[in-house]
Design a protein around this ligand. Structure first.
Ligand code: AMP
Ligand code: MG
Length: 336
């Protein structure tokens, strides 16, 4: 064979190898959209671009669909109707709404009422979500606290109905809706055969598998007092991680910070903790417990979370000290 033919052959083999590599290589597909009042970012790795794009479309489709069902401010939502007709009649709701309400009531029981989806009257009183700030009087707080009790929510599994027992009872699923919706989107990705993905809905994160190079997904936990800083890094595979912080929605009056995570017993923003991150098998559980632990405080919060083997937590107290559960020892990188 001539020398030039040999060179052509070698180049041909290298090119073919390259083409084969490109076809078989994992492609990174990303999609970012604004929904659920936050930035939702997703990354998936797949060899089949079309499969990836389709999977992301169905995941985002699920998120748009569920957002409308669970948002109490949306006049087409089931929660809006439940709240409007509180105390008058049971309402037939979708399987998803029934599911999320039942799961929320369970966490309410497990946390002694620290997590309570009937928190809406208090959120309304403090006017969170509106532009004008308001600090309620003791009397207003005392009156409104009486309306908050998750035991007023009656679920009838046979009829598929929910009844809010008592006028003035109102649901606010803000403490768990994002987590639940992230789970449903992840289910959609799994159904489409995706084996490597990252989904972040404004801090409610869940991952599938690991990255194509075999490394875990590295997730940064935001520093609660430094907008751009990271206080901890956790490596995760097939898990969810959710953070609740007093910096997400708050206002300051006379040097006092009033934030959106309310202690149902006092009616006031819960004090002592400034950030809680929970790692769980699913985003619903991580979301519910991050809100609950915020209210429970360091001691009770740690006690509950240590009793649940599948859950881990990072709690940051007012003095900016980082506290972790025993299961995270040696597994989390703290940057202080
Ligand atoms: P998260 O950021 O997940 O902790 O959720 C905070 C949101 O949950 C608030 O904006 C309220 O809509 C709602 N919320 C506040 N306090 C509670 C509570 N004690 N139990 C359940 N939901 C709450
Ligand atoms: Mg939450």
């Amino acid at each position: 064979m001539k020398k030039s033919s040999l060179i052509y052959l070698a180049v041909g083999i290298i090119l073919a190898g390259f083409v084969l590599y490109m076809v078989r290589a994992e492609k990174k597909i990303e999609r970012t959209e604004f929904l659920m009042d936050t930035i939702v970012n997703s990354v998936i790795y797949t060899r089949n671009r079309r499969q990836g794009v389709n999977a992301l479309s169905s995941a985002f489709g699920e998120m748009y669909r569920l957002e409308i069902i669970l948002d109490r401010h949306h006049t087409d939502s089931e929660v809006f109707v439940l709240n409007r007709d509180a105390g008058t009649r049971p309402i037939v709701v979708s399987a998803e709404a029934l599911d999320v309400i039942k799961k929320s009531l369970q966490v309410g029981e497990q946390t002694g009422g620290a997590f309570d989806i009937t928190i809406a009257p208090l959120i309304n009183l403090w006017r969170f979500g509106s532009a004008d700030v308001y600090v309620p009087s003791e009397n207003e707080l005392a009156q409104t606290v009486k309306l908050v009790d998750f035991r007023r929510v009656q679920v009838n599994n046979n009829d598929g109905t929910v009844f809010l027992d008592g006028g003035g009872t109102e649901l606010d699923l803000g403490g768990i809706a994002k987590g639940y919706i992230v789970d449903m989107a992840i289910e959609a990705l799994l159904e489409q055969g995706i084996t490597s993905a990252y989904l972040d809905a404004g801090g409610d994160i869940r991952v599938i598998g690991e990255k194509p190079d075999g490394s875990a997904w590295r997730i940064g936990v935001r520093h609660p007092r430094d907008r751009r800083g990271i206080i901890a890094i956790v490596e995760l595979r097939d898990k969810a991680i959710v953070t609740s912080g007093d910096y997400e929605r708050f206002f300051v009056v006379d040097d006092v910070r009033y934030h959106h995570i309310i202690d149902p017993k006092t009616g006031e923003p819960s004090r002592g903790i400034i950030s809680v991150t929970v790692i769980a098998p699913d985003a619903f559980t991580a979301d519910a417990y991050s809100t609950a632990l915020f209210v429970l405080g360091l001691e009770k919060g740690m006690e509950i979370i240590e009793s649940l083997p599948e859950l881990e937590a990072i709690m940051i107290t007012e003095d900016e000290q980082v506290h972790i559960t025993s299961g995270l020892a040696g597994k989390v990188e703290i940057r202080q």
